[in-house]
Design a protein around this ligand. Structure first.
Ligand SMILES: Cc1cc2nc3c(=O)[nH]c(=O)nc-3n(C[C@H](O)[C@H](O)[C@H](O)COP(=O)(O)O)c2cc1C
Length: 180
């Protein structure tokens, strides 16, 4: 069965981006969705000396293997100071050293959840600009603004956001199923 790998670009135990993913991954009904947590893949900050002296961290080799096994990606990335969080960038930097393009020319949907009013517009703009050069075939992206106002009794309740994300996930699923 084809597989979509889903994860939040956050290492927060209370990640709103992970909460968003948990609320929407059920829309992919025709493929397997594997939701992982970057907290299970801790790694030192990338450094060329570290790489040369100690090689790749086991956690990053495992994450790389998980990415290579998958047929597409659903990644919800928080915005930190207008860009991606250090933990996500660090994983990307390690994986970029392991051979081939990070996203392996596979389809990707980027989401972002923010407590603020812009829904991670800057980080999504950044990801859309740079990740195609890293092998991401971007199907689309969507930012959820004011996330905390839309989270009630352990549920994400904004039907407009959910409808737009559902469309993207179905497009991602279609693309994954089309690939040989
Ligand atoms: C260091 C730092 C920088 C942040 N910068 C931004 C920002 O530029 N834009 C924004 O919308 N939110 C910003 N935030 C708020 C995050 O969107 C918020 O912490 C969010 O919960 C992070 O997602 P997570 O819960 O999935 O980790 C920042 C938070 C931190 C800790």
């Amino acid at each position: 069965m084809k597989k979509i790998l889903a994860f939040s670009g956050s290492n927060s135990s209370e990640s709103i981006n992970k909460k968003l993913l948990k609320s929407v991954i059920g829309y992919a009904e025709r493929v397997e969705v594997e939701l992982i947590d970057l907290r299970d893949y801790p790694a030192e900050v990338f450094g060329i000396d570290l790489e040369q002296n100690e090689g790749f961290p086991k956690s990053m080799q495992d994450l790389f293997a998980r990415m290579r096994e998958a047929d597409g990606y659903l990644i919800s990335v928080p915005e930190h100071n207008g860009s991606m969080p250090a933990v996500f960038k660090n994983s990307i930097d390690w994986i970029s050293r392991m051979g081939g393009k990070i996203f392996d020319n596979k389809p990707v949907v980027f989401l972002s959840a923010s407590p603020g009013g812009r829904g991670g517009a800057s980080v999504l703009e950044h990801l859309n600009r740079i990740m195609p050069h890293r092998g991401a075939e971007i199907i689309g992206s969507y930012g959820v603004a004011s996330f905390n106002d839309k989270w009630e009794e352990g549920r994400f309740n904004n039907s407009e956001d959910l409808a737009k994300i559902k469309e993207l996930i179905i497009a991602l699923e279609n693309k994954v199923l089309m690939e040989a």
